[in-house]
Design a protein around this ligand. Structure first.
Ligand code: UDP
Length: 485
């Protein structure tokens, strides 16, 4: 198989944010392992991240000897009114600059076309935030695939909400409604629906998303970081009811097999991986809860204190990742932690300030539960590790992912987040945090959720193995592309 694929050349063009770049790094490894020549297109500042993430595949260790190439284009920060060096969504100085960031990415069509002209790849997998990539690829007769970075469930649910607007018929923000036409009687509230769906006024982002949907119709199809057994009803709904072409090829994170690969995803971890593993090795199986909210969500100091109090009151052992921005604290002063917290938690709780080796931690046998903001990558990594979850969605597609975890898969409990907000989360009280973490870690209900999660983890492993559903879909995609070239 691998040698037959050598004439194929896939261009991968991810959006410049961790939640999009990380799965695309993994996707590159996946294509390369099938013998497909793979090139990642990115901007200069993000290039080292990809070279590091894929370095172990530069030799023969991927089993195929195919290198993953990285090609760079200049990111037009200045042209779009962004500060110099602001080349990743997670480095935006203020959320208001997000529209400048999208403006900058909108200027990347010409440099992308130059690379397409030079290399003439077989296909282009480009992020959903680059709607113009479909036309760019079409100029050279190259099929374009879209990568959303979310679940079939979220794609189907958001489609139903957009079509039927059930949130317009509720009497209050907190009155639950059932998502019309979506299988499973899924409930949510108006407050949990994205502003991007509820807003009647057009803005740049709403326009971009509309263009993205239109471009998708003219594309070759979409690639989904998911596996069929996880959400068969919604994968079928997406393909059969909505009539879209999709290939599921995940969980992508499972292509990282050794500790070195698991430890470096997106950024250099702020803790030495060996130190982290040593700490976990000293703990009993399933005794530690891992708390992390991805690369974008921000909490204020009083919320962080409530998390600390909630964790302490639960009596559980924990690893808590706190992503504090450079300017959030005066140097040396950490008034987001309760007085004496770290001393009291010595040996019991580990705080990682900055970036954690998340997959390495989730896969450790001592970890028994995950408090997550329900970013799709984190959610799927939690599922692949067989963990029950406390769901704490904030924005983007996170409320949909919460509903999948709590209402469909029944492997988690909600902390009680009520409102979709942009990045800075609403507050949740320490009592609710204590209750939710205890619920997924201790007692019969926790054991039931854990055993369901374990079954899914096993199915995930089988899906990516030879003959599994994701492996077969990847091969079907490659074969389809080969017959086009
Ligand atoms: N991640 C990590 N270390 C951290 C925080 C996040 O490795 O300290 C990774 C995580 O494993 C996931 C990605 O960053 O792959 C975050 O993506 P997700 O979709 O969960 O959330 P987003 O950051 O897009 O909100």
């Amino acid at each position: 198989m691998a040698s037959q694929n050598r004439e194929l050349h896939v261009f991968l063009f991810p959006f410049m944010a961790q939640g999009h770049m990380i799965p695309v790094s993994d996707m590159a490894k996946l294509f390369a392992a099938q013998g497909v020549k793979t090139t990642i297109i990115t901007n200069t500042l993000n290039a080292p991240t990809f070279s590091k993430a894929t370095r172990s595949r530069k030799t023969n260790s991927g089993g195929c000897g195919i290198e993953i190439e990285i090609k760079t284009i200049k990111f037009p920060s200045q042209e779009a009114g962004l500060p110099e060096g602001c080349e990743n969504l997670d480095s935006l100085p203020t959320p208001e600059l997000a529209s400048n960031f999208f403006k900058a990415t909108g200027l990347l069509q010409a440099p992308l076309e130059q690379l397409l002209l030079e290399d003439q790849p077989t296909c282009l997998v480009a992020d959903m935030f680059f709607p113009w990539a479909t036309d760019a690829a079409a100029k050279f007769g190259i099929p374009r695939l879209v990568f959303h970075g979310t679940s079939f469930f979220a794609l189907a649910a958001s489609d139903c909400l957009r079509r039927y607007e059930p949130f317009k018929n509720t009497s209050s923000d907190s009155e639950p409604f059932v998502i019309p036409n979506l299988p499973g009687e899924i409930k949510m509230t108006r407050a949990q629906v994205s502003d991007l769906l509820k807003d009647n006024t057009e803005n740049d982002l709403i326009r971009l998303l509309k263009q993205s949907r239109e471009a998708e119709v003219r594309s070759y199809g979409i690639v989904v970081n998911s596996f069929y057994e996880l959400e068969p009803v919604y994968a079928d709904y997406y393909r059969k009811v909505l009539g879209k072409k999709a290939w599921h090829i995940g969980p992508l994170s499972l292509c990282n097999r050794d500790n070195e690969e698991k430890a470096y995803r997106g950024k250099e971890a702020s803790i030495d991986e060996h130190e982290c593993l040593k700490w976990l090795d000293s703990k009993k199986p399933n005794s530690v809860i891992y708390v992390c909210f991805g690369s974008m969500v921000k909490f204020n100091n009083s919320q962080l204190k409530d998390i600390a109090f909630g964790l302490e009151a639960s009596g559980l052992e924990f690893i808590w990742v706190v992503r504090k921005g450079k300017d959030d604290d005066e140097v040396g002063k950490e008034d987001w932690l309760p007085e004496g917290f770290e001393e009291r938690m010595e040996g019991k709780g580990l705080i990682i300030r900055g970036w954690a080796p998340q997959v390495l931690i989730l896969d450790h046998g001592a970890v028994g539960g995950f408090v997550t903001h329900c970013g799709w990558n984190s959610t799927l990594e939690g599922i692949a590790a067989g963990l029950p979850m406390v769901t704490w969605p904030v924005s983007a597609d996170q409320f949909y992912n919460e509903k999948l975890v709590t209402q469909v898969l029944k492997i988690g409990v909600g902390v009680g987040a009520q409102k979709w907000v942009r990045l800075v989360a609403e507050s949740v009280k320490k009592e609710a945090i204590e209750k939710a973490v205890t619920q997924i870690m201790v007692g019969e209900e926790a054991e039931e959720m854990r055993s369901r999660a374990r079954v899914l983890a096993e199915q995930a492993r089988r899906a990516i193995a030879k003959g599994g559903s994701s492996h077969s879909d990847l091969n079907a995609l490659i074969e389809g592309l080969s017959s086009q070239s």
